[in-house]
Design a protein around this ligand. Structure first.
Ligand code: SAM
Length: 265
């Protein structure tokens, strides 16, 4: 299959990188080396994949579009450090897929399909204990990752990411660097696992609390957290200078952790 004959599927978020210097830059930022086992989501025509294969110990690439199977297998037929899974990343049991491999460092490097950026990130946080993620996303989505409380970009995903990772916007990529050209610019963001993770007494309850708090963005905590012991929550809020009339968008990661930990006591 020749790439110029390929009919791109918008529904699969198929905007392939056509500028080799961007691929090089992503690899440089990722700092992938031979100790790394790299998961790539959506290899597409394999441009980023090629560089990852050169640098990594092993690459495991998930591609939903089976029209690319023959092309990719042929392109990498002489490489011994890559496996492909032609399936929907969202439907996979990642721990099960990783069972047959041993590695020191787990990295995720990908130019994500934009239509499922958030679900992929949530799955990565929940199921993949990666040392580092280097991801290309839409620029406006990238702005949310390091958003500060009180801004409109700040949401539950911001909190989930910042509980695990140090987030850094590495560089912006102009829409002209892709084929077909998307309507917006992109950005490459890196997430490095925190050396000193936050102490969260009960992770699942913490995530549920954050989700519930953001359920209706315009509502106050008093309204979003109706089933919770509100008096207890208010006590913690007061310590931070808030009360139950505050909205979730004004609560920092540390404050959410303090509330959640207090509820577990
Ligand atoms: N890595 C290539 C590049 O940078 O040129 C392609 C990136 S393109 C933005 C996203 C890729 O993800 C496409 O190849 C698309 O087919 C694939 N994809 C979309 N949804 C997927 C899913 N649920 N699971 C695995 N791959 C998916």
């Amino acid at each position: 299959m020749e790439m110029q004959d390929f009919s791109f599927r918008k529904s699969l978020g198929q905007n392939f990188i056509r500028d080799a210097s961007i691929v090089d830059k992503i690899c440089r930022v990722s700092e992938v080396d031979k100790d790394c086992f790299v998961i790539e989501i959506g290899p597409g025509a394999g441009s980023l994949t090629s560089k990852l294969v050169e640098r990594a110990g092993h690459v495991l690439a998930y591609e939903i579009d089976t029209r690319l199977e023959e092309y990719l297998k042929d392109k990498f037929k002489s490489a011994t450090n890559i496996d492909f899974i032609f399936d929907d990343f969202m439907k996979r049991d990642i721990a099960q897929d990783l069972k047959n491999y041993s590695f020191d460092k787990l990295y995720v490097v990908a130019n994500l399909p934009y239509y499922i950026t958030t679900p992929i990130l949530e799955k990565l946080i929940a199921e993949v204990d990666a040392e580092k993620l280097v991801l290309m996303v839409q620029k406006e989505v990238a702005d949310r990752f390091s958003a500060k409380p009180g801004t409109k970009e700040y949401n539950s995903l911001t909190i989930f990411l910042n509980v695990h990772y140090r987030t850094k916007l590495e560089f912006v990529v102009n829409r002209n660097c892709f084929v077909p050209k998307p309507h917006v610019d992109s950005a490459v963001v890196s997430f490095k696992k925190l050396e000193k993770p936050y102490e969260i007494l009960h992770r699942a309850s913490f995530f549920q609390l954050v989700r519930d708090s953001f359920q209706f963005k315009r509502k106050t905590l008093r309204n979003n957290l109706k089933g919770y012991p509100l008096e207890k929550i208010e006590k913690v809020l007061i310590e931070y200078g808030h009360d139950l009339s505050v909205r979730a968008e004004n609560i920092s990661v540390e404050e959410f952790i303090a509330i959640s930990n207090d509820l577990e006591k």
